[in-house]
Design a protein around this ligand. Structure first.
Ligand code: BGC
Length: 765
């Protein structure tokens, strides 16, 4: 095919919306194709199938066995091994094999590697793509310095149900925000070129819709209309593909009845054909075998067949590819092309990673191995402290209780106050809790006067036997939830005694990190255990009460919100979390974080997301007794809305100025506001722009984020914040899955959160 014709064809195939109308395929790399073809001609069937296996050391594949397989070229990559000398041994084995095909090494580096950044929800609370990129660059640098080539990150699943423990790992509830973050993270991890030490291949996950698992119950099914899928849930994965992500990890869940691992539509039609993804498609852990539990495969043989035919390139932690693919190929149930296509993708990834040119690119030589892998100088403390400060969200601050005075006597109370493990969050890669700064440590550094710092544990995170039995199951080391041998009453009493001696009480409460994790779905969103009683008891002392929340999901904390004078959401803020929190508590940093996910008032309100449809009978604030779409036994709307977060200063937002009243296609419409810092100190905030299509062929969300800008203003300073809107921002998928903007009236809304907005209307002609 001549080049021009080829480009036109590609353009037509890729014009499926989700951001990119014409997305010309990059020209083929002929040197790479030639290299891979030549290598494949020399490979046996066993060697080819071996490339499709990504395994970790474990009961199923002991270390010696993996070394043997590496030496026989019947293994493609290894995950969950780390450290240059360890990985060198495997690579040495691979290079002793007949064809010397290198292995690649992968790990779950989700929010940092040695230096732990805030968890996904924390990073997302920065509304700062540069901060996200910085965390990605540092993670890539540290991971590759430990010999890793690939990271199972970013996790880009939209999550609107806080019961799902994995909501903690992602970017929250919003499509636009998540897509922007995903793009930044993929670019940061992969750098300008993948074949350079310091850059790693990203593997975005979990394709697709994992966050929509019914009822927030992990691994549960997803049933979703195509317009909602395309409009709300798919864009972050698509953003990863557009940013050139090297790999995509599939989700465990079944989408409209078909598990992702065997879903031909998902992998072949959508990902490969419509989105023109050329990289690796990796299953999740053991997911091929789990096709049997899903009830779509009779046995492992059928499972392996379904997965390879659906377009999987690598199977994670599985034996069926190795054991069944040779027979399936021989019987004709699987074609040579099915296998070869997958092998080409694996070899292509290794080529892109620079591993054929230098299999030790990231592993280096023994003489350069670090003497101490945990050495302080290998951490990036200053950078993570800054990002962590940006991730903290001030949710309440009555009577300006915060910032605290550094000469005050401070009582630090709560089961998480001294925890250096929880503050790292889940998926903490190889970050060391010994190097983490707890909230207590951070406050101690800031006060620098041991006699003015008091402490009491006050309560355990939980004493519920059912929860302890699950989270502290044998093998959990250290135990996820520490249980104090003293009685709850005794601990409460001690906390009240300590509080009475202080000028202010900082109570650090929330969830142990294991509560917001894979497999850790909750039926309740309440603060667990006796922590609410602790807050109430502390309140009764009459001392100013500051609530520092450490948790991986929105909690239903209406009561606690009422009791506390100030509330600071800190998520799990990472290695320097305690210092970052102290920076905010004492006013060395003015908080500017904004929620990337709504906080429901109670679990019964879930799902609570700002971009819902209007319904036939929307709630009427001025007629609360009217029969409308609401829960009559609960106040309407979230406790804290999406995009919300306070500062130690105040900002005013002017009415919106539009550059025109009507927008023609191809033109731009400018919308601006003047934001003024009307408080006493410098501070930052996030100006958010939302749109609403007032009448369209399908009902459209009451608000949809389309732009945001983070600004810094000195006291008294004002700034014009300008956004440009075009037809592109007004497009959506209609019932026929056509991606287009429909003429008619639109609202444009601008504010500092999703609830309090200024509004203007305009028309799309
Ligand atoms: C998780 C993935 C993770 C993989 C490897 C799975 O259980 O769902 O997110 O990357 O394990 O650790």
């Amino acid at each position: 095919m001549r080049k021009a014709a080829w480009l036109i064809l590609v353009t037509l195939l890729s014009s499926d919306g989700i951001g990119a109308q014409s997305w010309p395929e990059s020209a083929p790399d002929y040197a790479k194709l030639h290299f891979i073809d030549k290598l494949m001609r020399q490979m046996t069937v066993e060697e080819k199938i071996g490339q499709l296996r990504l395994n970790c050391i474990g009961a199923q594949s002991p270390r010696e066995q993996l070394l043997e397989e590496a030496g026989a070229s019947t293994l493609g990559g290894i995950f969950y091994a780390v450290g240059r000398s360890e990985l060198r041994e495997f690579q040495d084995a691979a290079l002793r094999s007949r064809l010397k095909i290198p292995l690649f090494f992968a790990y779950d580096v989700i929010h940092g590697h040695r230096t732990l950044f805030p968890i996904g929800l924390g990073l997302a609370s920065t509304w700062d793509t540069d901060a996200i990129a910085l965390s990605g660059r540092i993670a890539a640098k540290e991971a590759s310095a430990d010999g890793l080539d690939m990271v199972f990150s970013p996790m880009v699943d939209i999550a609107r149900d806080p019961r799902w423990g994995r909501a903690s790992e992602g970017w929250g509830e919003d499509t636009h925000l998540s897509a922007r973050y995903t793009e930044s993270m993929v670019n940061a991890l992969q750098g300008a070129t993948l074949d350079a030490a310091g850059n790693v291949m990203a593997s975005a996950k979990h394709f697709a819709l994992y966050g929509a698992a019914e009822g927030g119950r992990d691994y549960n099914s997803v049933d979703m209309s195509l317009p909602r899928m395309y409009q709300d849930y798919l864009p972050p994965y698509r953003a990863a593909v557009k940013a050139g992500v090297g790999a995509m990890m599939l989700t465990y869940v079944a989408i409209n009845g078909i598990p992702a691992t065997s879903n031909i539509w998902l992998i072949r039609d959508l990902l490969r054909q419509q989105w023109r993804f050329k990289g690796l498609v990796i299953t999740d852990f053991n997911a091929v075998a789990e096709l049997v539990s899903h009830g779509v495969a009779r046995d492992g043989r059928e499972a392996a067949m379904l997965a390879i035919k659906a377009g999987v390139s690598m199977s994670m932690s599985d034996t069926y590819f190795r054991d069944e693919l040779p027979g399936l190929l021989q019987s004709g149930a699987v074609s040579q092309k099915d296998i070869d296509d997958a092998v080409r993708e694996v070899l292509g990834a290794k080529y892109d990673l620079g591993l054929f040119a230098d299999p030790y690119l990231r592993i280096g030589t023994a003489k350069d191995d670090p003497a101490d892998i945990n050495a302080e100088h290998r951490l990036h403390r200053a950078q993570v402290r800054d990002v962590a400060r940006k991730s903290l969200v001030l949710l309440k601050n009555d009577r300006a209780v915060l910032p605290l005075d550094k000469t005050a006597v401070v009582a630090v109370v709560g089961p998480l106050a001294k925890s250096r493990v929880d503050i790292l969050g889940n998926w903490s890669s190889i970050g060391s809790s010994a190097q983490a700064i707890s909230v207590y440590d951070g406050i101690a550094h800031a006060l620098d006067a041991p006699n003015r710092l008091l402490y009491a544990r006050g309560a355990d995170v939980t004493g519920d036997p059912l929860v302890l039995d699950y989270l502290n199951a044998p093998g959990a080391n250290p135990a996820d939830v520490e249980v104090d041998p003293r009685s709850p009453t005794r601990m409460l009493q001690e906390a009240m005694d300590v509080a009475r001696q202080a000028d202010v009480v900082v109570v650090v409460v929330g969830e142990s990190r294991g509560m917001s994790y894979e497999g850790a779905s909750r039926a309740s969103l309440a603060l667990p255990g006796y922590q609410t009683q602790l807050i109430s008891a502390l309140k009764s002392t009459g001392k100013p009460l500051v609530l520092v929340l450490m948790n991986g999901r929105p909690l239903s904390i209406g009561v606690e919100h009422q009791l506390a004078d100030a509330v600071l959401e800190t998520w799990y803020s990472g290695t320097e979390g305690g210092n970052a929190i102290a920076d905010v508590l004492f006013g060395d940093y003015n908080p500017s974080g904004k929620l990337p996910i709504s906080f429901p008032r109670s679990v019964g309100q879930v799902p609570t997301y700002y971009s819902h449809l209007n319904t036939s009978r929307p709630y009427q604030a001025d007629a609360p007794r009217a029969v409308t779409s609401r829960y009559f036994d609960e106040a309407y709307g979230p406790l804290y809305p999406f995009g919300f977060g306070l500062s130690y200063t105040n900002f005013s937002v002017s009415d919106i100025t539009l550059t025109r009243q009507s927008l023609k296609r191809g033109e731009a419409l400018g919308a601006s506001v003047v934001v003024k810092n009307i408080g006493q100190r410098a501070g930052g905030t996030v100006v958010q722009l939302y749109i609403h299509d007032i009448s369209a062929s399908i009902s459209r969300p009451v608000k949809e984020l389309k732009g945001f800008q983070k600004i810094m203003l000195q006291a008294g300073e004002e700034q014009v914040v300008h956004f440009n809107l075009s037809e592109e921002d007004l497009k959506f998928y209609n019932a026929q899955l056509e991606y287009a903007a429909e003429p008619g009236e639109f609202s444009v809304m601008i504010g500092l959160d999703s609830r309090e907005v200024k509004q203007r209307r305009f028309e799309l002609l």
